[in-house]
Design a protein around this ligand. Structure first.
Ligand code: ZN
Length: 414
């Protein structure tokens, strides 16, 4: 439903997250939600035009939504997903339960490589259809912007196909999609033991990707059995020269030094970070690298969680994401917020900052989304909960009642 002027009236808690948008929140600032009680929000076209109280009469609004007893907050930003892929891997759950590790499953041709096979075979139309279903679920659960990585092609044609699919989805789906090139997600079977040649083939793609704005960021899976520190550095340095800002999958299973490399290269983020050292955290804090924590991944792999408390204490800005992929399939940032609290000991307030404004920083969009402030995009959700603590506390359900994306009511209030 589209309307020119929308008034959200009398939220029991209006969570603005207003503040300095120039840098991500760290330390104690990660607990600042900027709550206004009994707050109103005015939306005109696709923008927020008033926050808190406003002199205008409700009669000036085309639509008035009564938010009494409810929480109003910015739409969730999911800054790490592998949105575009074909098929599913539910068969691996039983392998994992028998004690096979992620890297053993990968070495046996499962994991990433099995999804690569299916994604190479899939038509663009099939990939669009499958990803659209995921996006629809994400939107219903309150996510209004997602990052999407390539990396299930591992050959130029399929990597391009994935990036083009993400671009197409961005234009046809209400959710905004910010693309990342992850050609270095794994070494494909045909390049086994020929990493250098494979890396050169991915580096050769960078100018075309940058020129056609098919991605904003370049990512690497820096991990034993995937890409070494030196290889990761070579790829990310080449990407930087083409104007693609680095991101890095670091310290997920073993610490190869990926998060310190992120600091050294002025990467926008380092992601996963289950086994990051204090030294690495210090380097990240100094360089302002956002630590994107993905508690869904250790949940689905039955492994150790990242030490979120330590990251926050060390001054690293923390963001949260789903890591949506065939190994960790969830579209729900609300579930991730629950895991962040119950498994990583983040407070509900920290988890909300990490899922909105800090998540927006992790994809360089904090100037336009991630908080409810005048001039920002009207990406707003209404949750049927009396206060924000209920979001993680009452878990496994969808609290989101209404989703407004770009000033349009895309869920609820029909
Ligand atoms: Zn990932």
């Amino acid at each position: 439903m589209s309307a020119t002027h929308i008034l959200l009236k009398n939220a029991s808690q209006l969570i603005t997250l207003a503040g300095d948008n120039h840098r991500p929140r760290t330390g104690k600032d990660m607990s600042e939600l900027g709550i206004i009680e009994h707050g109103d929000v005015w939306i005109s076209h696709n923008q927020i035009t008033a926050v808190g109280k406003d002199d205008r009469s409700p009669h000036e609004a085309d639509i008035v939504i009564d938010c009494t007893g409810k929480v109003v907050m910015p739409g969730f930003v999911d800054p790490h997903t592998h949105l575009v892929f074909a098929g599913s891997r539910e068969n691996e759950l039983e392998m994992k339960l028998k004690g096979h590790t992620y890297m053993e499953i990968l070495a046996a041709g499962g994991g990433i490589l099995s999804t690569v096979g299916k994604t190479r075979e899939a038509s663009k139309e099939q990939l669009i259809n499958e990803a659209t279903q995921r996006l629809n679920t994400m939107l219903k659960f309150g996510t209004t912007t997602v990052e999407a990585k390539s990396g299930y092609g591992l050959e130029p044609a399929t990597e391009l196909k994935m990036l083009e699919v993400a671009k197409e989805l961005n234009s046809q789906h209400p959710i905004d999609i910010v693309s990342t090139f992850l050609g270095a997600h794994a070494v494909p079977g045909e390049y086994k033991s020929r990493n250098k040649e494979y890396i050169d083939s991915m580096i050769a793609m960078l100018p075309e990707i940058a020129a056609n704005r098919l991605a904003w960021f370049c990512d690497v899976f820096c991990e034993k059995g995937a890409f070494s520190l030196e290889e990761s550095k070579a790829i990310l340095t080449a990407a930087k020269e083409e104007g693609l800002r680095p991101k890095i999958h670091a310290d997920e299973i073993e610490n190869l030094g990926g998060s310190s490399l992120a600091a050294q290269l002025n990467a926008i983020s380092a992601e996963h970070l289950a086994v990051t050292s204090e030294e690495d955290m210090k380097a990240m804090a100094q360089a302002g690298v956002v630590g994107v924590l993905l508690p869904g991944t250790p949940y689905s792999l039955m492994m150790e969680y990242a030490n979120a408390r330590k990251f926050i204490d060390m001054g690293v800005p923390v963001a949260l994401a789903t890591d949506l992929n065939p190994n960790c399939w969830t579209e729900s940032m609300q579930f991730i917020i629950s895991l962040a609290c119950y498994q990583m000991k983040m407070t509900p307030a920290e988890a909300i900052v990490a899922s909105t404004i800090n998540a927006a920083h992790a994809i360089d969009r904090a100037g336009e989304i991630g908080s409810i402030e005048i001039g920002k995009k009207a990406d707003i959700i209404i949750l049927d909960v009396p206060n924000y603590q209920h979001i993680p506390y009452h878990f496994g359900v969808n609290h989101v009642e209404t989703v407004i994306k770009d000033g349009v009511i895309v869920k609820g209030a029909e």
